[in-house]
Design a protein around this ligand. Sequence first.
Ligand SMILES: O=C(O)CCC(=O)C(=O)O
Ligand SMILES: [Fe+2]
Length: 328
Amino acid sequence: MAEQRLPVPRLRGVSREQFMEHLYPQRKPLVLEGLDLGSCTSKWTVDYLSQVGGTKEVKIHVAAVAQMDFISKNFVYRTLPFNKLVQRAAEETHKEFFISQDERYYLRSLGEDPRKVRVVDLKQSLKMSDIADIRQQFPSLGEDITFPMFFREEQFFSSVFRISSPGLQLWTHYDVMDNFLIQVTGKKRITLFSPRDAQYLYLSGSKSEVLNIDSPDLDKYPLFPKARRYECSLEAGDVLFIPALWFHNVVSEEFGVGVNVFLKHLPSECYDTTDTYGNKDPVAASRAMQILDRALKTLAELPEEYRDFYARQMVLRIQDKAYSKNSE
Ligand SMILES: O=C(O)CCC(=O)C(=O)O
Ligand SMILES: [Fe+2]
């Protein structure tokens, strides 16, 4: 089957009203151009970021190769002061390094203590200190960036620094929050897949096992070419809207600094309160999955012929009762 590459629509000068009333409800990826992002787009050079961002320790991925692989774990986690990370990610060869001279770096910033489970206080509002918000963790840099306010204040979940060495590729995954990915400097190729095509992506949790999306091993992943492939080039000043559950794969074509804003689409109580990354499935989804696992265990008590018969009835019931009637 010929592989299709569908462009992600690009829109310039979209207003808050236009986005919220007409575009957001369509739940499709979009590149928004020409939004006011504040002074970051001109200020955030390597020197400025390292001076103003300071020496706060950050946890990073370090990889000896361009394509990070979560299955073979061809990367390690290390810690560097923020200013060092920025300098190293911007250079191609390193005098100081962890694994090799040409190792690559990826920062996904975290909150103060990502292991701490957030606590619900008396007013039911959540303690946010362990959730990334660059305005909290990097207040001086936070002042330079204006988030596109294309959402209601209470939808805000987190804001995350994304800093990457040239060439690095982040595996295909989905997040459970809506996302505005703001590319402040540098250039990325982003490939997206619809949640409806999850069946062709060979998922392991929230990630696709197909790492080499440009030249997949078709013996291992024969259905992968059936997934409709959307693509965009994200350049400095562009903002990509990634609706929750849309898969994305990111290749940094240059050293680049981005910030993404995760926001809640569902009412707050639908989300897992221990989720600090924005990637734990909604509570009802993980409960339903657990119940399904129990049902499968129960079915396994039957001999094959019966198990097969009842399993097929269950699939039909799921399709009839739970699939969206709105075919894409
Ligand atoms: O642009 C990146 O570095 C990764 C983007 C991403 O996965 C996200 O914003 O959720
Ligand atoms: Fe993501």
